[in-house]
Write a protein that binds this ligand. Structure first.
Ligand SMILES: [Zn+2]
Length: 108
């Protein structure tokens, strides 16, 4: 018998798996230094919620799923194309996962 915890869902494919069982799924997409401060872009997913793209570090910004592209555009306009790229990549990871969930099947 495995010691499974009922309320926990398995890690999505993108999750780095570095968290307690039943905790928040998380993967760091990358990090950049802006004005001397480290800024990370991560994908987070609280159990039974859809994943979200979060900019964290010196600031904490959860980017609304409809605003990924606009946020990336804003960051590019602000001279931060590397950070914009991380946001786009995070959005890609998130959208892939959402699409997978949508066609929910046991086929793996
Ligand atoms: Zn996980």
């Amino acid at each position: 018998m495995q010691n499974r915890i009922e309320s926990s869902d398995p890690c999505p494919a993108w999750c780095a798996g570095i968290h307690p069982v039943g905790g928040v799924h998380r993967v760091e997409v990358g990090s950049v230094t802006v004005d001397g401060k480290g800024v990370r872009v991560v994908v987070l997913q609280t159990p039974s919620h859809t994943p979200s793209v979060v900019i964290s570090g010196a600031v904490y910004v959860a980017v609304h799923e409809e605003d990924h592209e606009d946020m990336a555009e804003l960051l590019t306009m602000c001279g931060q194309p590397a950070l914009a790229d991380l946001v786009r990549r995070a959005a890609q990871i998130m959208n892939d996962e959402v699409l997978k969930d949508d066609s929910a099947g046991g086929a793996r």
